[in-house]
Design a binder for this molecule. Structure first.
Ligand code: GLA
Length: 681
């Protein structure tokens, strides 16, 4: 049926330039970039830097995200001419610019004149100058000053043809515990709960005489407080980062062309704020992808990419990554020769449209002198430069094929910050890590299905054949309804350990797990046990173990028991460990065991099979990662060999080898860190 737009809505949609000129966030090519700090160097040097970048195929730089003191040397006196000269010179070299607003590094004159803009730690100590991120994210004066700086930048560069986008601030992290922020938190609570009676009831404050009779009595707690209070403080932090960001974002939106997108650089598994809350005003999600020590862990790192792709449910940017090594780990080993290139393609495979190296060249002084770079202290290429230049050539060769493609998944894994926080505050077994739990499902799922989305339990789910919720400890009523509806519409919902235990205030549900899902499932968690040692499990997925944690399940007659515990603590012996039931057109499964790797593979195989998830591609040999990006017309396969041995892969049909002049291949042989990018014939 053709839907007719109501006249009022039509007027709004077509008259509002913000709607009719949607920002061009979908990249027009693959971007390769470097973080460049022209303010640290004489201008006579810039030409050489940009020439070397251009020769390496670098086609964008991110600048100015720490350059406040160079752009506003004293209050109200702006100098953006040098920024303009840097943008123009970059343009001459075919290098686009992403501008960072500099609020992560306020100038010394500012913090001296307005000390209230500095954050205060939990012991009441105010930050000092000399580092970065010393600002208070809630402080109104800081917001006024940082919006003014963003406004001056947007006025000058909002229509600049060589500026493609904006990064607000840099890696949001520090929060403040000053009295004014505490008062803001109390006001936030008043808005959320309305009355103290409601708050007291929902937090069960009668426990330990916590009952509040005045809003001003409510403390900030971060570790040992009431679970409702802990969760509220995190929600307040998230909302405050969102409004901090919006304060600058709105100013840029009003002044800049809509083709200039706005992002901020997030940090993978970092969980100090709810990334779904903070992402929603952005055009593009991006993150800083650092291995730190060791080597690329394809599953954990790949899941972090997919997590970032899930913030706005579309392609994203890797806004920073290490050129070989970092400087902040206990052992800052370099990635092996070839691994940086392999990592760049692994990023693209997971839906990144850009990879940027941090940084181009180390400042001669400053805290990060030892960090990996693309040119040395002498300004000339380091050994890694050639490898990045190869990536540059390859991105150019593959760009056309990859544009308009994205990762399409039949499987989603659910992730929620609220559930992670709720578990982390009360792990019960210190080894129980929510990210490890997620990866324990993600890894075998991706190995077999080749594409997995990681999304919030609030996201639309109907397009997935299988939704796996490894640790959905806390669900809001809206999220519960979303999951119920998914099952009603024919989806297969799999819960992992510790699921559906808490309500939206982090209180225990007055029901056994999985709360409202127990009735349709025809089974529930009778008791949970932290384990000292793994316990045996056996059944449809073979013989294996459950480590760290085990949940004793029960099942009604028409609910199928898939796995049972073997002999262990007596309580668990012979009891159900995994159960499933068809519910209408859909299905609910609950897995109470933390399965060993082998058993998890079989469990995942069963889940995919039962849900009708199929892939034309086989499971790859150990160490080889296959990623698929698709559009309506194309499927691009990206194969990366992260092992140290050569691996040969027989393809499901003839493919075009994009990095080798499009020659037709039916199998590929990948040396250690080898990469193949294959398109349809
Ligand atoms: C972070 C920051 C950068 C830089 C790198 C070093 O990601 O955003 O400014 O400090 O770490 O690895």
């Amino acid at each position: 049926m053709k839907r007719i737009l109501p006249a009022v809505l039509a007027t709004v949609l077509f008259a509002n330039p913000l709607v009719s000129q949607a920002p061009a966030t979908d990249a027009t090519k693959l971007y390769l970039g470097a973080a460049w700090y022209p303010e640290a160097w004489p201008e006579s040097r810039w030409e050489r830097d940009l020439t070397l970048m251009q020769q390496a195929g670098i086609n964008f730089v991110r600048i100015t995200e720490f350059a406040w003191s160079a752009m506003e040397p004293s209050e109200g006196h702006y100098d953006l001419d040098w920024v303009n000269r840097a943008i123009r010179l970059a343009e001459k070299h075919g290098i686009a610019v992403v501008l960072g607003t500099p609020s992560a590094a306020p100038p010394a004159w500012l913090t001296q004149k307005y000390p209230q803009t500095l954050w205060v730690d939990q012991n009441g100590k105010r930050a000092e100058h000399g580092n970065r991120q010393q600002f208070n994210w809630a402080n109104p004066k800081y917001r006024e000053l940082s919006a003014k700086m963003a406004s001056v930048m947007a006025e000058r560069f909002g229509h600049d043809p060589n500026v493609i986008g904006w990064q607000i601030d840099n890696e949001y992290a520090e929060v403040s515990y000053d009295p004014q922020t505490k008062k803001m938190f109390q006001d936030w609570l008043r808005t959320r709960y309305g009355t103290l009676d409601a708050l007291n009831a929902r937090w069960t404050t009668s426990y330990w005489s916590q009952t509040y009779s005045d809003w001003s009595q409510i403390p900030i707690e971060t570790k040992y407080g009431n679970p409702g209070l802990l969760l509220s403080w995190k929600r307040f932090i998230s909302d405050t980062w969102r409004s901090y960001q919006k304060n600058q974002l709105d100013v840029i939106r009003t002044k800049a062309d809509r083709r200039q997108w706005i992002t901020t650089n997030m940090m993978g598994w970092f969980d100090e704020y709810d990334h779904y809350t903070v992402s929603q005003d952005l055009d593009l999600a991006s993150w800083d992808d650092y291995v730190g020590s060791g080597h690329l862990n394809a599953a954990r790192n790949g899941a972090a990419h997919d997590l970032t792709r899930g913030f706005l449910r579309k392609n994203f940017w890797v806004m920073e990554t290490q050129p070989g090594f970092v400087n902040w780990h206990a052992n800052n080993n370099a990635l092996d020769k070839g691994e940086v290139r392999a990592m760049a393609w692994h990023d693209i495979g997971h839906g990144a449209d850009a990879v940027e190296y941090w940084q181009w060249r180390s400042a001669l002084n400053g805290q990060e002198e030892y960090h990996g770079t693309l040119v040395g202290a002498d300004g000339e290429p380091v050994p890694l430069y050639d490898e990045v230049a190869r990536v540059g050539k390859e991105f150019t060769a593959a760009s056309h094929e990859l544009m308009g493609t994205t990762v399409k998944s039949q499987v989603a894994v659910l992730q929620s910050y609220e559930s992670r926080w709720a578990i982390n505050w009360q792990r019960h077994n210190r080894q129980w890590d929510p990210v490890d739990a997620l990866v324990s499902y993600y890894q075998p799922l991706r190995a077999e299905a080749h594409s997995v989305d990681i999304v919030s339990p609030s996201a639309p789910l109907d397009s997935y054949k299988l939704v796996v919720a490894p640790a959905m400890n806390l669900l809001t009523p809206q999220q519960t309804a979303n999951l119920m509806q998914y099952v009603e519409h024919g989806g297969h919902l799999v819960f992992g350990q510790r699921s559906v235990m808490k309500d939206e205030d982090n209180s225990l549900q007055p029901a056994r797990q999985p709360g409202p899902f127990a009735a349709p499932l025809g089974g529930r968690v009778e008791q949970y046990y932290a384990l000292l040692a793994p316990v045996p499990v056996e059944g449809a997925w073979g013989n294996g173990t459950s480590a760290i944690w085990a949940e004793q399940l029960s099942a009604k007659d028409d609910t199928e028991t898939l796995m049972r515990y073997g002999k262990s603590n007596g309580w668990l012996d012979g009891q159900p460990a995994a159960i499933t039931k068809k519910v209408g057109k859909g299905r609910i499964t609950y897995i109470g065991a933390w399965l060993d790797e082998n058993t998890a593979k079989k469990a995942v195989h069963w889940m995919l099979d039962t849900s009708g998830v199929k892939s034309a591609w086989p499971v790859m040999p150990e160490g080889v990662e296959l990623s698929l990006r698709e559009s309506n017309q194309r499927e691009i396969a990206i194969l990366v060999n992260l092992s140290t041995e050569t691996k040969t892969i027989t393809l499901p049909g003839a493919r075009k080898d994009i990095l080798h002049n499009g020659e037709s291949v039916t199998s590929v042989s990948l040396p250690a860190y080898g990469v193949a990018v294959l398109g349809n014939q």
